[in-house]
Design a protein around this ligand. Structure first.
Ligand code: HEM
Length: 182
């Protein structure tokens, strides 16, 4: 992978900023920006064109949800994920009395929210949803690890880049203490 120099990165940030403003006020007007801002410490002048298709801003601010591929991708991932969970002997007993259609729907809206997509989650919070599993069925770290593993394997199967899988795993990880009620 080629690394950008600090000058190039700063140039890209300025481009994103100015094109964003340009697009906001003049949606259909292409504009050329030219900067010779040695005063700002740049060694070379920067030159760029903005138009209504300028996407740099949205690329740099895309949510994890968007980067994963939005609704279709999250839905596909949750379906595969629960297929894995239900055939995983380390954890499938926890779901013996669970309506899996409802569960998948709740998980889709929870993960959509957790990944920065639209927030339509109306289910229980993570502590409330799992406390009875901790108390009655001994839900612990080993089961949590298995769920994270199945989730990562699902995303690998869907060819999601490792960098995004790491971000998903970090979000799952952030719920651990609530899920395990501690
Ligand atoms: C990344 C961590 C986890 C997340 C984000 C998560 C998410 C959710 C969500 C959104 C619900 C629905 C809550 C509701 O009913 O309103 C739920 C329920 C449930 N979760 Fe999790 N969960 C996680 C970890 C686990 C683990 C480790 C297990 C067990 C191995 C588990 C087993 C269950 C079960 C059995 C239910 C349904 C309970 C019932 O039928 O009443 N979850 N979870």
């Amino acid at each position: 992978m080629r690394h950008s120099t600090p000058d190039q990165l700063a140039g890209k940030a300025l481009q994103a900023y100015f094109c964003h403003i340009n697009n906001f006020y003049n949606k259909n007007i292409a504009k050329v920006f030219f900067f010779a801002y040695s005063a700002l410490g740049f060694k070379q002048p920067h030159f760029f064109i903005c138009n209504e298709r300028q996407t740099i801003m949205s690329e740099t601010t895309a949510t994890l949800y968007e980067q994963l591929g939005g609704e279709a991708a999250v839905n596909a991932a949750v379906d595969i994920f629960y297929r894995k969970v239900l055939s995983d002997h380390r954890i499938n007993r926890f779901f013996d009395n669970t309506d899996m259609d409802k569960q998948a729907a709740k998980q889709k809206s929870f993960l959509t929210m957790a990944f920065g997509g639209p927030n339509n989650y109306s289910g229980a919070d993570m502590r409330q949803a799992h406390a009875h599993l901790v108390k009655k069925l001994g839900l612990d770290d080993s089961h949590f690890d298995a769920v994270v593993e199945d989730l990562a394997a699902t995303l690998q199967e869907l060819n999601v880049p490792q960098e995004l899988i790491n971000q998903v795993a970090a979000i799952a990880e952030s719920t651990r203490n609530d899920v395990l009620d501690r």
